[in-house]
Design a protein. Structure first.
Length: 394
């Protein structure tokens, strides 16, 4: 079956390049993927899949029927949204929309999903069960997966595969990670309320800016002395606002940031740990405070059996020298984890790095991929899907 998968992929390769470049040139922000969704729905329909649009607001679901001998449903998820970044790649097919760019590879993800649907729909032997393709909006704001689930995209799904490009892995290679792949990512907002006063008489005021600086410093220092060093934790205050004039002591400061963690116990304790630190500092200096902690997406934890299927499919397709077993998780986040609350799954890293040039990181205005990676992604997912149907234990 692998030879047939590769043959079909080779034949549609030029078409996949066209698709990727079209999506790249016409990026849309999270929750606004109307044209992208319509384009994807058209390609899926042309492959004979049943298509449902406006799933999860702007998402698309395409379903490929099997022979019906297996009641399981395998889902394959790819995302569609772009970022508010001005592209600086100078590509012929660079973004035609000022200030919007596919800087995280979602154009590649969508293309790989479409290519996998094309390949599986053209196999000489239909698969025994249904394959459901989820084209998700709004991954960049970590909302799209929740919207899709709420609209029933995961109903009756038995397992799910996902893919994300990785520029530090060379094109034509695949990264496999067993266990935890990404971190839980939460949002934090802290407001410090002091009392205003003259800059020359600080003893007559309660300086919210100075107290905020104590909060930030203490939070960072406390990680190293109160948190288990074997359980990674990153807290970043990325936004701070306060004050109205250089000679006026600020009475209010608002801070906002992100908190990333890998261990479930650490994740569970974070809101109280943060509030205790803020409360103690504010009490010492007479300030009031408000802490808002919003749970974001949980960690992506790859299922053992499905990860083994992906590794086996990748090695069979490309050889062991093209497979990288990833030794460490990332503190980045992925709302693919939301689907894993409904069914076991596995996400793999698709190498897109160029061998002969500097590879820019994800979210960089000059981020670009080696397009040879597209076929690697398609064949890997198609072969893994075929192998999934050969397994009776998942």
């Amino acid at each position: 079956m692998l030879s047939e998968i590769k043959d079909i992929a080779a034949k549609i390769a030029p078409r996949l390049i066209e698709i990727r470049r079209h999506i790249h040139a016409h990026p849309e922000l999270s929750g606004e993927e109307y044209q992208t969704a319509a384009y994807i729905a058209g390609v899926l329909s042309s492959c004979g899949l049943s298509v449902k649009e406006a799933v999860g607001k702007t998402g698309v679901v395409g379903e490929l029927s099997g022979t019906g001998s297996d009641e399981r449903i395998l889902a394959i998820r790819t995302d569609m949204d772009a970022l508010p970044i001005q592209e600086r790649t100078k590509l012929d097919f660079a973004s035609c929309k000022p200030g919007i760019m596919h800087a995280c590879g979602h154009d590649v993800h969508s293309t790989v999903g479409l290519g996998t649907a094309m390949v599986l729909s053209q196999l000489s032997e239909p698969l025994p069960g249904k394959t459901r393709f989820l084209f998700q909006p709004a991954e960049e704001i970590a909302m799209g997966a929740t919207w899709m689930v709420q609209d029933g995209a995961m109903r009756d799904v038995s397992a799910i595969f996902g893919v994300h490009v990785f520029p530090s892995i060379p094109a034509r290679s695949v990264g496999i990670r067993y266990g935890t792949l990404t971190a839980a990512a939460d949002e934090l907002e802290i407001v410090i309320q002091g009392e205003s006063g003259h800059g020359a008489r600080p003893h007559q005021a309660i300086d919210a800016i100075w107290i905020a600086s104590q909060v930030i410093t203490t939070l960072q220092q406390s990680i190293g002395r109160t948190q288990n060093p074997l359980r990674p934790l990153v807290l970043t205050i990325g936004e701070i606002n306060g004050g109205r004039a250089p000679n006026v002591i600020a009475d209010r400061v608002r801070m906002a940031g992100t908190v990333r963690s890998l261990h479930p116990e650490t994740h569970a304790d974070l809101p109280q740990w943060i509030e205790n630190i803020v409360a103690n500092i504010c009490q010492t200096y007479g300030a009031k405070y408000e802490v808002k902690y919003r749970r974001g997406v949980p960690s992506v934890n790859n299922n053992l059996g499905l990860t083994q299927i992906l590794e086996e499919a990748s090695r069979e397709a490309w050889g062991s020298e093209k497979i990288e077993i990833i030794s460490e998780p990332s503190l980045g986040a992925e709302d693919f984890s939301v689907y894993l609350e409904k069914a076991p799954g596995c996400m793999f890293r698709l190498g897109v790095g160029h061998a002969d040039r500097v590879n820019r990181p994800l979210h960089h205005p000059q981020f670009e991929i080696d397009e040879a990676a597209i076929i690697t992604g398609v064949v890997t997912l198609a072969n893994a899907s075929y192998k999934y149907w050969q397994q009776s234990i998942l």
